[in-house]
Ligand binder design. Structure first.
Ligand code: MN
Length: 492
């Protein structure tokens, strides 16, 4: 269980020059606000706040984010008002807490075709990346205590975590959080498969660990002789859900899984990464088609490392992952890693260096729906003159000109900012647009020219034989609507 002292200590370690008093104040405030509340698990409510704050502290985030994490449920679950929060903690922390409350209202109900838009809605409503990071931490603790909820709720929340939260954590590059969220959900979404994986891996893991314990010193010695300075070498076991997905791709054939346990070698710089790969290949024969250079060509979420699979000692097949300390930090903390670098180390130079090291992947065949992820990466790489500029940049700008609204059936429609019910109607179907006679927004009769807002539910009323009106051109935003209205009037 997390406690406040532990959080303060960790914070001081990450930010030695910073004063943690706002964190202590937030803790005392939350403790008082939630004082009579218990979680479904029977625990005092404050432990949920502490665990959430502990996770963001471990991600090395700033004190405002940690304070907001402690306070994240006071608006929704206690009598504390926005005004009070603003007076005690200021506008920034208030906005973070409000953001968390807003995105908390977005629910996934199991419609695959709208998952991608739901993720975007999530980002668009959050407005600030830190809101998302606190929400991840909040969800992580909710998943750890999911047993206390009724069965149907467990399944819905676990599915939502698997479909919305974990993929977002992956795209933001936070491998550690993504992995934890996936494994916690896996146990609820596919309980049988989860048990099977755990059972099957138990023996395999212990056998391999024994083998690696013998082999690691030999690898160190081999590299040392060639003058390679190994900063760290450790074995990582594949997480249950990631293993399950891989097994599905390989017809559940365990013999095709070579990275149940992989060896991670961390060396000082990129040149040494390649040199290490060369030495390993010279000593142990690599498997054909298993060498991956994610340094020259990073994964779409920015992941970098060299991967290779070799016939190691006693002919055993072992995967190696070779990377620098920066690449390691990035793969565990992703976007969150940037805060730490932004302080003290000279963020601009750090980012500049990154730009040179990360050639941007420009493949034509990037799936269309993944383009926004590319935008996100690009935006992360921008240069900032000061930490303040960096903080400003956390605004989720690349979605600011899009809005996401629901159909009555729960599908999410992606529209440009300022779009109206008429644009929405044409987006659904051109006939619906043509015959649009009125609209309801969140169940209330509204004007067909009313600009839509994120998260609204729109219902279109149609009238047979109704015709598009040229006046609509004065307010519609989408080309689809404009073209259709013009064409119709030209034709008639
Ligand atoms: Mn919460």
């Amino acid at each position: 269980m997390s406690n406040i002292q532990q959080i303060i200590n960790e914070f001081k370690k990450n930010h030695p020059l910073d004063d943690p008093k706002i964190i202590i104040k937030a803790y005392e405030f939350a403790l008082d606000a939630h004082k009579d509340q218990k979680r479904k698990s029977g625990e005092d409510y404050i432990y949920h706040c502490l665990d959430t704050a502990n996770t963001v502290t471990k991600l090395k985030l700033d004190k405002e984010t940690i304070a907001a994490a402690l306070l994240h449920d006071v608006l929704d679950d206690t009598k504390i008002t926005s005004n009070k929060l603003n007076k005690e903690f200021g506008e920034n922390i208030l906005q973070l807490v409000k953001g968390i409350s807003k995105v908390g209202k977005i629910k996934y109900r199991g419609k695959e075709r709208m998952v991608e838009n739901l993720r975007k809605l999530f980002l668009a409503m959050a407005k600030d990346i830190r809101v998302i990071l606190i929400k991840f931490a909040d969800r992580l603790h909710n998943m750890k205590t999911l047993d206390a909820l009724p069965k149907e709720k467990q399944k819905r929340i676990a599915l939502e975590t698997l479909e919305i939260y974990a993929p977002l954590a992956y795209r933001l590059g936070i491998g550690d959080v993504k992995g934890q969220l996936e494994d916690l959900s896996f146990a609820y979404v596919h309980p049988k498969e989860y048990q099977e994986i755990i059972k099957q891996t138990k023996d395999r893991y212990s056998r391999r660990k024994e083998y690696l314990q013998k082999t690691i010193p030999l690898i160190k010695k081999t590299l040392g002789k060639k003058g390679i300075r190994v900063i760290e070498i450790h074995a990582r076991t594949k997480r249950a859900y990631s293993l399950y997905k891989k097994l599905l791709r390989y017809d559940m054939d365990w013999h095709k899984i070579y990275d149940l346990i992989a060896l991670r070698i961390i060396v000082p710089d990129i040149e040494t990464c390649y040199a290490t790969l060369g030495i390993i290949h010279k000593k142990w024969k690599p498997l054909i088609g298993r060498i991956k250079d994610y340094i020259a060509i990073p994964k779409s979420n920015g992941y970098q490392s060299l991967h290779t699979t070799v016939f190691c000692q006693e002919g055993k097949i072992i995967e190696f992952q070779i990377r620098t300390p920066e690449m390691h930090q990035e793969s565990e903390y992703g976007i969150a890693a940037h805060w730490h670098y932004s302080e003290g180390k000279g963020f601009k130079n750090f980012i500049k260096e990154k730009l040179l090291k990360h050639p941007v992947k420009k493949e034509k065949d990037i799936e269309k729906e993944l383009l926004w992820v590319q935008q996100l990466r690009e935006w992360q790489k921008e240069t900032f003159a000061s930490p303040q500029e960096f903080l400003d940049s956390l605004k989720i700008d690349f979605l600011k000109d899009r809005i996401f609204v629901f159909t009555p059936k729960g599908d999410i429609i992606d529209l440009p900012e300022g779009a109206t019910p008429i644009d929405f109607a044409y987006q659904i179907h051109s006939d619906i647009g043509d015959q649009c006679a009125g609209a309801k927004i969140n169940g209330k009769l509204s004007s067909i020219s009313e600009p839509l807002q994120n998260g609204q539910m729109i219902e279109i009323m149609i009238q047979k034989n109704k015709k598009p009106n040229m006046d609509w051109l004065k307010f519609v935003k989408t080309n689809q609507a404009k073209n259709r209205i013009k064409t119709w009037n030209r034709r008639n």
